[in-house]
Design a protein. Structure first.
Lengths: 127, 166
């Protein structure tokens, strides 16, 4: 019986920590006022927030008898896809000049996002 | 023999990975499912090898496992640090910075893993690659010493990845 109680406490603790990190991520999202710094907030939710919630789910499933490891897959796919989404949001920010333009790279000519024809910047602009 | 092996299994680690993912998807370990996963793991890389002709030359699974554990630990530490920054540092005192990391890695797979690692570690987001792929652009949320962050990325992650993909 005590095992079950420990498991319940562990699950609650994991849920609390996960929810706490998700909350901090949301606060960061609302607080920061620049697209690039704002991008940092969701990376926290994506790793610790979701990770702790999934850990709670794993512990719960093993405590109630039917073990489940699906959560590892969710985590793995999240870890593979989240950086790509963040990378493209950053690229859009650089491309539309909504952030400070980065310094030139030391060894190559320019950043691949800025490697465009000069006329590209003369579009209708942010609308 | 080696050529037949190459033809049948163009990406041996992908085969293992697919079998593992299939078994995890079933959510139970049974011989039938593992065998079916292995069959998928042979068929899928074989069928798609036309679009993915290059196999990474060296890949050390043991070191990669150690690297993943290190990164997971770093993510936990960095999460706490960044949560503290979000809650305690006011916007006007925040010092975001661009960091340019000169890359010694040449394999596309290794650079992808490095960029992914940087983004997953809270506080840093890899934003762009230079047009020839020799530098990585990283955005840092809050730092007093951008050079130290760059050196840490180079010594902590890039050096290990060089050992893994070599």
């Amino acid at each position: 019986m005590t095992g079950e109680i420990i498991a319940i406490h562990a699950v609650s603790l994991c849920l609390l920590i996960g929810a706490g990190f998700a909350l901090v991520g949301v606060i960061g999202m609302l607080k920061f006022n620049d697209p690039m710094t704002r991008l940092h907030a969701p990376t926290k939710v994506g790793t610790m927030g979701i990770g702790m919630l999934l850990l709670a789910s794993v512990i719960h499933s093993f405590a109630t008898g039917e073990g489940s490891v699906h959560e590892t897959l969710i985590m793995a796919f999240l870890f593979v896809t989240a950086p790509i989404a963040a990378h493209f949001i950053a690229k859009v920010n650089i491309h539309r000049r909504t952030c400070e333009t980065p310094p030139d790279p030391p060894r190559d000519e320019t950043w691949s996002t800025l490697d465009t024809a000069a006329t590209d910047g003369e579009g209708p602009g942010p609308g | 023999m080696a050529r037949a092996f190459r033809w049948l299994l163009p990406h041996p680690f992908l085969t293992l990975l697919l079998a593992l993912v299939w078994t995890l998807l079933q959510n139970e370990v049974s011989a039938g499912m593992v065998v079916f996963g292995l069959i998928l793991g042979v068929l899928i890389p074989w069928g798609t090898s036309v679009w993915w002709p290059d196999t990474p030359e060296g890949f050390r699974l043991g070191r990669m496992t150690a690297y993943v554990l290190l990164v997971l630990w770093d993510i936990v530490i960095a999460n706490v640090q960044v949560a503290w920054i979000v809650l305690s540092v006011p916007n006007r005192k925040l010092k975001p910075a661009w960091i340019v990391v000169p890359l010694d890695l040449r394999e596309p797979e290794a650079i992808t893993v490095l960029a992914g690692t940087i983004t997953l570690t809270p506080g840093t987001v890899s934003s762009d690659l230079s047009d020839e792929g020799h530098s990585l652009l990283v955005h840092v949320l809050h730092t007093d010493d951008p050079d130290a962050v760059r050196d840490e990325i180079k010594t902590r992650y890039e050096r290990r990845l060089q050992e893994i993909f070599s």
